[in-house]
Write a protein that binds this ligand. Structure first.
Ligand SMILES: NC(=O)c1ccc[n+]([C@@H]2O[C@H](COP(=O)([O-])OP(=O)(O)OC[C@H]3O[C@@H](n4cnc5c(N)ncnc54)[C@H](OP(=O)(O)O)[C@@H]3O)[C@@H](O)[C@H]2O)c1
Length: 320
């Protein structure tokens, strides 16, 4: 290692020049991710969600912010899409294919709470109350698993050609590269043609937003939420294995409590037995992890499940 090489934090932790898609990008954690990537110079950010007005409001908020970058080009685009409706995801892929032709980073962030039986489970004093808690809003399991889990595969699958195209643009040999002693080859001349630094060997990446609930053995929100997030986390790791020979990375981030529409009723302060840091996460906490993963500093990170939880998993029984 050349320990005298100049290290530039602005490169190591930055979205400069990246094309990014964020599902559920109109609110909460998705919007915080968009803000971090927008402020650090992403070339294009597509925000996907079901409610177009929420996405458009989010874009206005980011563009009118004093922290917005000085750019004359349009960076943020809203696309109405439902992660459980493959035809709308395919339409988003088609639009992005026409407009840009590649995606460097796909962020699977859309999610819902589903049947909120966590508190009922803990409060139950009779076996009948416990039974009712198990079965509360039982019919909502399908949509919870469809949005939080199944869509990780549906959306990632639909975007594979655009992720592959991002690699090709960066000079990486396309498609499947197999075998020992046979590393994927990168044509450095493609980097300069694309206006990228000669040392930029990032490969395309999928980031899945799971949760601390992926690991917790106590169901705080609900059983379906925990099961769906545990499975989403595992799929995110599996994708890194499945896509290894295809040159596409996959990482998972697992937030603790952050302010969002989903947690609007949660008190923002926590005791040391709940979140040792004592508070909900903020936009800086999101930015710290996400800019690391998408920046050059994260190029060697693949297959990880990154906690950002203020220490919450340290004080509960978990499978982490
Ligand atoms: N906030 C936390 O404390 C916390 C902790 C751990 C993990 N997370 C995870 O973080 C992610 C973001 O949640 P959040 O807390 O930021 O909540 P949020 O503000 O409610 O954001 C969820 C986003 O997902 C979108 N969405 C939901 N269903 C969708 C669908 N079928 N198709 C497309 N988009 C859909 C929503 O937009 P539309 O309704 O317009 O579609 C919304 O913008 C979720 O995966 C959540 O599980 C959150």
């Amino acid at each position: 290692m050349d320990v005298q090489a100049r290290l530039n934090p602005t490169d190591l932790f930055s979205a400069k020049g990246l094309v990014v898609v964020i599902t559920g990008g109109g609110s909460g954690i998705g919007l915080a991710i968009a803000s971090a990537l927008y402020q650090t110079g992403a070339a294009h950010i597509y925000l996907l969600g079901r409610r177009l007005d929420i996405l458009q409001d989010a874009i206005k908020t980011l563009e009118s912010s004093p922290s917005a970058p000085n750019t004359s080009s349009t960076v943020l685009t809203a696309i109405s899409a439902d992660v459980t409706d493959q035809s709308t995801i395919d339409a988003a892929v088609e639009q992005i294919t026409k407009e840009v032709g590649y995606v460097d980073v796909l962020i699977n962030n859309a999610g819902i709470i589903g049947p909120a039986n966590g508190q009922d489970l803990r409060k139950a004093e009779s076996i009948d109350q416990l039974k009712d808690a198990f079965l509360k809003d039982y019919d909502k399991w399908h949509s919870t698993l469809a949005i939080n889990t199944q869509s990780v595969i549906g959306v990632s699958g639909a975007f594979l050609p655009l992720l592959n195209a991002a690699n090709t643009r960066r000079g990486w040999a396309p498609g499947k590269v197999t075998g020992d002693g046979n590393p994927r080859v990168q044509d450095a001349s493609a980097l300069s043609k694309a206006g990228l630094d000669a040392d930029d060997d990032r490969m395309a990446q999928i980031i899945t937003v799971a949760s601390v609930a992926s690991f917790m053995r106590v169901a705080f929100s609900g059983l379906a939420y925990s099961a769906s997030k545990s499975a989403a986390m595992h799929l995110g790791k599996m994708l890194s294995t499945i896509l290894a020979e295809w040159g596409i990375r996959s990482n998972v981030v697992c937030p603790g409590p952050f302010p969002s529409d989903m947690t609007s009723k949660v008190h923002p302060k926590f005791g040391t037995a709940q979140v040792p840091q004592g508070r909900m996460g903020g936009v800086g906490d999101v930015a710290g992890v996400l800019l690391f993963l998408v920046g050059k500093g994260g190029a060697y990170v693949n297959g990880s499940a990154q906690l950002m939880d203020g220490g919450r998993l340290g004080v509960f029984p978990t499978t982490y």
